[in-house]
Ligand binder design. Structure first.
Ligand SMILES: Cc1cc2nc3c(=O)[nH]c(=O)nc-3n(C[C@H](O)[C@H](O)[C@H](O)COP(=O)(O)O)c2cc1C
Length: 173
């Protein structure tokens, strides 16, 4: 049984990034345990002074979940030409603990444009020595236009690309 942790960089109710992660969940084989990480809102602002072996409880919980996981999927929008602050803040808490070292990571940036956040996250994940799987990175632009009124992805190419990302990621974990 493999375990994947999925995180949306958008906290918005009705988020397209969250919907993408739901779609990926629907495509998984039965022997994969797929867990949404919903604790982003509870992670305190990064403070190097508190970044010890006994960090704030929400950070300890995050680190434990990620250490046990076989892979990590990040799906995020871009805000103000950058990575959403809450997501970057969370990643900052993972630097000293080496939690993501060699951990297989899939990165999907789904936004209006998104290229700045995508590039920036690749740099940050590199700094964390994560094992970003080459064929499991995807930038989806004009994301809102890829959804139908029922809240499901309607764009065939996007669906195909997402299935490709998942398939490569599953092979890597
Ligand atoms: C404050 C704010 C800033 C934004 N800045 C950007 C931006 O710089 N680049 C971009 O591609 N999209 C930007 N967007 C648009 C988001 O990509 C779009 O709202 C996206 O759907 C958010 O993802 P979600 O549907 O998962 O919440 C911004 C949205 C907000 C609310």
């Amino acid at each position: 049984m493999k375990t994947i942790i999925a995180i949306s960089g958008s906290l918005r109710q009705g988020s397209s990034n969250h919907a993408i992660l739901e779609f990926l969940s629907s495509q998984l084989p039965a022997d994969v345990n797929y867990t949404f990480y919903n604790g982003l809102i509870d992670i305190p602002a990064f403070d190097p002074g508190l970044d010890t072996d006994t960090p704030p409880a929400a950070v300890a919980l995050l680190r434990q979940s990620l250490i046990k996981a076989d892979g990590f999927i990040i799906c995020t929008p871009e805000y103000a030409f950058g990575v959403p602050g809450s997501l970057k803040n969370m990643l900052d808490w993972l630097v000293s603990s080496s939690t993501l070292v060699d951990k297989p990571v899939a990165l999907i940036t789904a936004s209006l444009g998104g290229e700045h956040a995508h590039a920036s996250l690749l740099l940050t994940l590199g700094a964390l020595s994560a094992n970003v799987i080459d064929d499991a990175t995807l930038l989806i632009q004009f994301i809102r236009a890829k959804f139908g009124p029922d809240g499901h992805i309607k764009d065939e190419e996007t669906l195909k690309n997402l299935q490709g990302v998942l398939s490569c990621f599953l092979k890597a974990i």
